[in-house]
Every structure is written in C-alpha cells, then in structure tokens.
Design a protein around this ligand. Structure first.
Ligand SMILES: NC(=O)c1ccc[n+]([C@@H]2O[C@H](COP(=O)([O-])OP(=O)(O)OC[C@H]3O[C@@H](n4cnc5c(N)ncnc54)[C@H](OP(=O)(O)O)[C@@H]3O)[C@@H](O)[C@H]2O)c1
Length: 251
C-alpha cells in the first residue's frame, strides 16, 4: 500500500506525554515535525534528541499562533496538523465545580484547537492533501460523575472534529479523531488533581497495563501515515483493563 509521502507535521502538546511521544514516533517514521508547547526548555531537549524543530507557543494566544504560522511557513509548511495540547483540571461534581477549572479546560482543549485549525486551514487547503488529527478522549464520548467540565470540553472537541470533516470535504481535508481511554503520562493526572501526587497515583492504581503515550503515538502515526484517501474518522483506544469508561479492572 502506498504510504502518505508528504510528511510535514505540526504537533501540539509536544513538551510531555502523548504529544512528546508522537513527535518521537513521527520523527522515527521520517516526518518533518514542528513540536509545539509552552515550555521551551523541554521542547529544545526533544528537538536535540529527535531532530524535530521546536517552537514555544501558547495555543490560546493569537500572537503566539500567528508567530507559529510564520515559523512553519518559513520551514517547509505543513500537510498535517496534530492537535494534542489539552488536559483536565479538577474531578469535582457540577455542584462544587470551579469555574476557573472549566475556563482552563475550554481554553486549552476547545479554543486552542479552534485557533490552531483556523490558523493553518489556508495552508492545509492550499496543499490539497491536508490532514487534521484531534486528540480527544473517551471522556468526549461518554460523561461520568466528576467529569463534567472535562467531558464538556472533550465533547466540544469531538463536535469540532465532526463539523470540520463536513465543512472541509470539498478541500480534500482528512479529519481524524483519536479518543484514548486511560493513558498513564507523567503530568496529566497530576495536573488534574491540582498537583496532589497521591491522588494522581490512585488514578492508575492496580491497573495492570494502562496505555502509555507511546501506545497512543503508535496509533496516531498509523492514522496519519495511511494514504490520504483513507480517513479513520474516529479511533477509540483503551487499555484492555478498561472495558468501558465505568468498567476499569483494578487488581
Ligand atoms: N492521559 C490521559 O489519560 C488522556 C486520555 C485521553 C485523552 N487525553 C488527552 O490527550 C492530550 C495529551 O494528554 P497527556 O496525558 O499527554 O497530557 P499532559 O502530559 O498533561 O500534556 C499536555 C500537553 O499540552 C500542552 N499544553 C497545555 N496547554 C497548552 C497551551 N495553552 N498551549 C500550548 N500547549 C499546551 C502541555 O505543554 P506545556 O505545559 O509545555 O504548554 C503538554 O505538552 C490532552 O488533550 C488530553 O486531554 C489524555
């Protein structure tokens, strides 16, 4: 089967976790990659180790996103946008949820994704074989107690993905959603639990083999590496121990 041959990707959320693993995997597969996140020091290390280009940007800030577009344009352009930046803040029920947590989640997951897509759509359309991959979550498919803020943000990202596929079909844009379940990354649960390492540890406690960032990166690289006419609309990926959002086997 002929593989995708143009291979210029922009990957957000690249300073750690799933995004970092995705940069490593795409570089190993021969892609040109611009790695994006806010923490420049971590990106520089990743760039040295992988040969990716690093660009520090906050995807919720217009000036940062505009500067990123200039940088990408000056460095070979792109055919593939991989939106991984995002995350969760808090595990409160709606009765006690904190507005600032919801604000953060909407900005990082929804508004940031919208800004990145808007900024790069002209280049992706002009390319003619563009791809946008949005990293959502199984939290964007089924709601759960204590998840409402994150559910709402990820449901929104899921909806954006579906609308974009419809809106851009005439521009030959391929639009992929990857929705993982439990993934054990260094910072995700820690950030969600407000820096409480004990609470973060409990999220994965007794789970035999949660997914890793590298597992998800494998799936992302497969989806964007396929010939362009093949669109994996939505890929749900869970560890075997997680039969459903509400059914997580802990030993
Ligand atoms: N871990 C899981 O269980 C899981 C499961 C399903 C889906 N997901 C989703 O997968 C994605 C990655 O998860 P992860 O576990 O790798 O999370 P993570 O370790 O917390 O990484 C989040 C990444 O997003 C970046 N980021 C956050 N806000 C940003 C902003 N405003 N501008 C630019 N970059 C920003 C962070 O970099 P800086 O801090 O350096 O900016 C970091 O690189 C998220 O969208 C998450 O919701 C995670």
């Amino acid at each position: 089967m002929t593989q995708n041959t143009s291979k210029h990707a922009v990957v957000t959320g690249a300073s750690t976790g799933i995004g970092e693993a995705t940069v490593r995997k795409l570089r190993a597969d021969g892609w040109h990659v611009v790695a994006v996140a806010r923490r420049a020091d971590r990106l520089e290390t990743l760039a040295r180790e992988t040969g990716a280009l690093a660009f520090a940007a906050d995807i919720t800030q217009d000036s940062d996103v505009a500067a990123l577009v200039d940088f990408v344009t000056a460095n070979g352009g792109l055919d593939t946008l991989v939106n991984i930046a995002g995350g969760a803040r808090g595990a409160d029920q709606i009765a006690t949820a904190k507005e600032e947590d919801w604000d953060w989640m909407f900005q990082a997951n929804v508004i940031g994704t919208m800004k990145m897509i808007q900024a790069f759509l002209p280049a992706l359309r002009a390319h003619g074989n563009g791809t946008v991959l949005n990293l959502t979550s199984t939290a964007g498919l089924v709601a759960y107690e204590g998840g409402a803020g994150y559910n709402a943000a990820k449901f929104a990202q899921h909806a954006i993905t579906n609308a974009l596929r419809l809106e851009e079909v005439a521009n030959n844009l391929r639009v992929i959603e990857v929705a993982p379940g439990l993934v054990q990354t260094e910072e995700f649960a820690l950030n969600r639990m407000g820096g409480d390492a004990e609470a973060a540890k409990k999220v994965y406690e007794g789970v035999e083999a949660p997914l890793t960032g590298a597992d998800v990166a494998e799936v992302v690289s497969y989806a964007v590496g396929l010939p362009h006419h093949i669109n994996l609309d939505q890929i749900v990926i869970r560890p075997v121990a997680q039969a459903a959002n509400h059914k997580l086997l802990r030993k």
